[in-house]
Write a protein that binds this ligand. Structure first.
Ligand SMILES: N[C@@H](CCC(=O)N[C@@H](CS)C(=O)NCC(=O)O)C(=O)O
Length: 208
């Protein structure tokens, strides 16, 4: 049995719950709750699994711990059946990773940085360093990221082209993070809003 340490409902754990559901691997995975609000992810037992002190973490049967949603998604996508989330062949894999990274850096991580630095975040026991100016800058970055993704969707239904991929999962979680941080999607980004509504209807996303 694979173990995934996470906290249900948080944006990054949601990325992996979507990936597991997309691949139909729910019966191969045990989700282990990490009490993030109580700072369990900053205690030595968890830091031994992931020195970054973040969820999710995938633990294989041989004890190998894999952190970072991109790496976990790669593993899940290649576990059984042909890969569907991370691309097939050199070109598609490269485009998926490029778009994933743009969604991650420009939207998800930007919204997270705003949340952790310019709002109370997870509370003073966890947010031991805050830089408000850097946080505010990242709010602007998140909005620019949304605008960029809206443009990407002009000629195509999904962020990496014709199919739903890891890039869409990351951007969807990025918008969830923006919601948590009260960064509203600007009203004129109609393509991004329509894409979000379509993605939300996928069974894997609806149940994550
Ligand atoms: N780049 C990491 C981000 C993981 C992350 O930041 N997870 C959040 C939950 S959404 C977390 O553990 N936050 C706790 C904290 O920052 O103290 C990944 O892809 O897994």
């Amino acid at each position: 049995m694979l173990k995934i340490y996470d906290f249900k409902g948080f944006p990054n754990p949601t990325r992996i719950r979507i990936a597991v559901a997309e691949k139909g691997l729910g019966d191969k995975v045990e989700f282990v709750n990490v009490d993030v609000p109580a700072a369990a992810h900053k205690q030595p037992a968890f830091l031994a699994k992931n020195p970054s002190g973040t969820v999710p973490v995938l633990e294989l049967e041989d004890g190998t711990c894999i952190a970072e949603c991109t790496a976990i998604t790669e593993y899940i996508d290649n576990l059984e059946g042909p890969p569907t989330l991370t691309g097939k062949g050199a070109r598609e894999r490269a485009v998926v990773h490029m778009m994933q990274r743009r969604a991650e850096s420009g939207l998800l991580d930007a919204a997270a940085t705003y949340f952790h630095h310019a709002t109370p975040g997870l509370g003073p026991h966890i947010e031991i360093y805050q830089n408000r100016e850097w946080g505010e800058k990242n709010r602007e970055r998140a909005l620019a990221g949304m605008r960029y993704l809206d443009q990407v969707l002009a000629p195509q239904p999904y962020l990496a082209g014709e199919r739903f991929t890891m890039a869409d999962i990351t951007a969807f979680a990025g918008l969830a993070y923006a919601d948590i941080a009260s960064i509203e999607v600007p009203a004129d980004l109609v393509r991004l809003k329509a894409w979000r509504a379509r993605v939300a209807e996928r069974p894997s996303v609806a149940h994550a």
